[in-house]
Ligand binder design. Structure first.
Ligand code: 13P
Length: 287
């Protein structure tokens, strides 16, 4: 059964570890992530961007697939199905489709409008038993057409949004989606500490988990981060393993072209990446 992410993140914040949000793109992604979470007895959040939702033919398909997989695969660890960087309309679609958690990304609106829209969605999400994440201070880089400049959030604005009763908060601290450029200055721990001081118990979310060095991840968790989003890193490991299979000519040996064989190395690579992240985030054995 799907659960909201509220309890798992409260427990993570209190226990000084973080739960990974791994974005899904298709059946192989979803299956690999669920298998790894179950094997490691870790809670997990499946992230779905609006682009990935569209690719999978819509949020209803995604919710039905995830619900059915949890049942058929006998998954017993807590799993949340979460809309990633949702628009206002996208949030309503996911609530209707059966997601257990949503993110409303109003970071590109003026703060007053972000507050008003978030306030409304908090009421609706909570009435339906879903958890809700909000964002202040755009995350840098580009993800599925959503482009951000990578600002550091204003701690007072973070408090204004946190006070609306959201369940967890994404605040920009110099993090970027996708690969980090060579001249990246690193996370702003000053900003993170100031946000944590203003928002207290609120679990904080670190987007752009791909490529952040392990020591920075550990420090961010120490300073109140309880959810870390990873997307690109699974895509890179999937692509590298698939390329290797084809370059070695394995698709031309016997029935190596069978999609179940062709996609197997990529799926195994995703499992390995998810395992590494769960170990680093400290969520292993915390289900
Ligand atoms: P990466 O693609 O950089 O891992 O970021 C993922 C993310 O933050 C999803 O919202």
């Amino acid at each position: 059964m799907l659960v909201s992410a509220t309890e798992m993140l409260k427990k993570a914040k209190a226990g000084h570890y973080a739960v990974g949000q791994f974005n899904i793109n298709n059946l192989e992604w979803t299956k690999s992530i669920l298998q790894t979470a179950q094997e490691l007895n870790s809670p997990v959040i499946l992230g779905v961007s609006e682009g990935a939702g569209k690719y999978m033919t819509g949020f209803k398909t995604v919710a039905a697939m995830v619900e059915a997989m949890i049942d058929e695969m006998g998954i017993t660890v807590p799993v949340a199905l979460h809309l990633d960087h949702g628009t206002y309309e996208g949030c309503y679609k996911c609530i209707k489709a059966g997601f257990s958690s949503i993110m409303f990304d109003g970071s590109h609106y003026p703060i007053e409008e972000n507050v008003e829209k978030t306030r409304e969605l908090v009421k609706v999400a909570h009435a339906m038993g879903l958890s809700i994440e909000a964002e202040v201070g755009a995350i840098g880089g580009e993800e599925d057409g959503v482009v951000g400049m990578g600002e550091c959030a204003d701690p007072d604005e973070c408090k204004a949004i946190a006070d609306l009763g959201i369940d967890f908060l994404a605040a920009g601290i110099g993090n970027i989606h996708g690969k980090y450029p060579a001249n990246w200055k690193g996370l702003s721990f000053e900003t993170l500490a100031a946000i944590q001081e203003k928002t207290g118990e609120m679990p904080l979310v670190l987007h752009g988990g791909t490529g952040i060095p392990a020591d920075m991840i550990r420090k961010a968790i120490d300073l109140g981060v309880a959810k870390i989003n990873v997307n690109t890193e699974c895509q890179l490991s999937f692509a590298a393993a698939t390329r290797k299979y084809i370059e070695e000519g394995k698709d031309e040996q016997g029935k190596g072209y069978d999609p179940r064989k062709l996609l197997a190395p990529g799926a195994a690579a995703i499992k390995e990446t998810v395992k590494e992240k769960m170990e680093l985030f400290g969520s292993v054995g915390k289900a």
